[in-house]
Write a protein that binds this ligand. Structure first.
Ligand SMILES: C[S@@+](CC[C@H](N)C(=O)[O-])C[C@H]1O[C@@H](n2cnc3c(N)ncnc32)[C@H](O)[C@@H]1O
Length: 435
């Protein structure tokens, strides 16, 4: 039977794919040149002019390029005598990623040449871009697959190797390179939802979907039956184990993943965050899930009162989320981490002062750095004679004994559950005030 003739790509379609790639290059320029995070760029409307589908594609292309940046650079370095300007390098990096992931050579190379030609400062380099990408095509996709798993930049790799050792570091980097599935926290029965969405129930009760597509299109979204939350991020509220009738203070609450978990337990929740825009997202999330919490836009340090239980999800380096956010190690250099570590200990001290005698506080950070986890708890215990670590709080389904640390907290790492698709890095500990 003769093969059907492929439908020629319309001019509009090819123009829009070029626009999408051009926007992906813009994102790369901002992350790698200006140290901006993708989440900030998207929130500030960087891709607003694109259609939703193109926006998602531009974001995905930039994210994938950052994930494979080291491999792209290694392949390109063979064909470049000196480094071209950053934006040209980013065009080459993006095109290399696409070519090595099976992108159609003709479209990818043409668009790369077109993007460079449209900019007066780089137009003179279109010949170079064309020649280099032809060589990448000639090398084939295998050249990409033979390269080592990309490593973190030295400024971050150093302290993590010191904390976990070189072998674990490589396992963490493999988890980062593999990326992350979509995890949902479910208000009702996890098994029923897993069946409906074609996912699996994880040992800690979250539902995982390997290839989710558009989140708002999944069954149960409109009805507010679940919310997106990495399985590791769902553990702190499970450790807090709020009960109906308790008054719980949720500090640093936005966008509200943990607020919704605590509210779903039937406890009375006061949620605090100092970012009004992010607090708006908590409001929307509560509305969609039909859950209730009192929302306070304000500083943690200004809070007063006395609570049965407190959840403090302190602002941190977010180094535990790099498998979802591969821009972070390229946009940051660690210079802000000292201030964050200082803020975490002040917040922890103030939060402990708001706890009733006999009450419990769960401290957590989405960080891989012990200075933002284990060390915070060890030092807080030295400062507060009336506080101890509650190890029994960690008796939660799915928690493995080897995740428990010397001081009695929980160290979660991206290389855990590797056969299930990993988890974000997190630190969680439950502290109890003497009665
Ligand atoms: C790790 S995020 C919280 C995530 C949230 N708990 C959840 O589960 O969805 C940290 C939050 O701390 C907030 N924050 C930072 N400094 C703060 C402060 N001094 N007072 C109150 N909130 C603060 C930020 O606006 C940010 O929303």
């Amino acid at each position: 039977m003769p093969k059907p003739t492929p439908k020629p790509k319309s001019k509009t379609a090819s123009k829009s794919s070029m626009q999408t790639r051009r926007n992906a290059v813009y994102l790369l320029d901002q992350v790698l040149g200006e140290g901006r995070l993708l989440s900030e760029l998207i929130a500030s409307g960087a891709l607003e002019r694109l259609e939703p589908q193109e926006r998602a594609r531009a974001q995905r292309l930039a994210t994938e390029t950052l994930r494979g940046l080291e491999r792209a650079d290694r392949l390109l370095q063979k064909h470049l005598q000196k480094y071209p300007p950053l934006t040209v390098r980013n065009v080459l990096r993006l095109a290399t990623l696409e070519l090595c992931q099976g992108g159609a050579a003709h479209g990818v190379v043409n668009d790369a040449v077109e993007i460079v030609s449209r900019n007066k400062r780089t137009a003179g380099m279109k010949g170079l871009v064309n020649a280099v990408l032809r060589k990448v095509v000639a090398q084939g996709e295998d050249a990409w697959n033979l390269l080592r798993v990309p490593r973190l930049p030295k400024w971050l790799r150093g302290p993590l190797v010191q904390a976990y050792g070189p072998e674990t570091m490589m396992a963490i980097e493999a988890a980062h390179f593999a990326g992350a599935p979509l995890d949902l926290t479910v208000k009702g029965g996890a098994a029923a939802l897993a069946e409906t969405v074609g996912g699996v129930v994880l040992p800690t009760g979250s539902v995982r979907i390997a290839d989710a597509g558009q989140v708002s299109g999944l069954p149960g979204f409109e009805a507010g039956e679940w919310w997106v939350q990495d399985a590791a991020a769902a553990i702190p509220a499970r450790v807090l184990n709020a009960q109906a009738g308790e008054h719980v203070l949720d500090l640093c609450a936005a966008p509200g993943g943990k607020t919704m978990q605590v509210a779903a337990s039937g406890a009375t929740v006061t949620a605090v965050d100092d970012n009004p825009a992010r607090m708006e997202r908590v409001r929307e999330n509560l509305k969609r899930t039909q859950l209730k919490a009192e929302l306070v836009v304000g500083d943690v340090m200004a809070q007063k009162g006395s609570y049965d239980a407190i959840l403090l999800d302190a602002p941190c380096s977010a180094t535990g989320t790099m498998r979802r956010h591969p821009d972070l190690p390229h946009a940051k250099d660690g210079s802000e981490f000292g201030d964050l570590i200082g803020m975490q200990s002040w917040m922890l001290d103030h939060a402990l002062s708001l706890l009733k005698p006999g009450g419990r506080l769960v401290f957590c950070t989405c960080s891989l750095l012990p200075d933002e986890g284990e060390v915070q708890v060890e030092e807080a215990l030295e400062r507060h004679n009336d506080v101890r670590v509650d190890r029994t709080a960690l008796e939660v389904p799915g928690i493995e004994p080897e995740w428990i640390t010397e001081e009695g907290g929980l160290r979660l790492r991206p290389d855990y559950w590797s056969e299930l698709g990993g988890m974000d890095g997190f630190y969680v500990a439950c502290l109890r005030k003497d009665g």
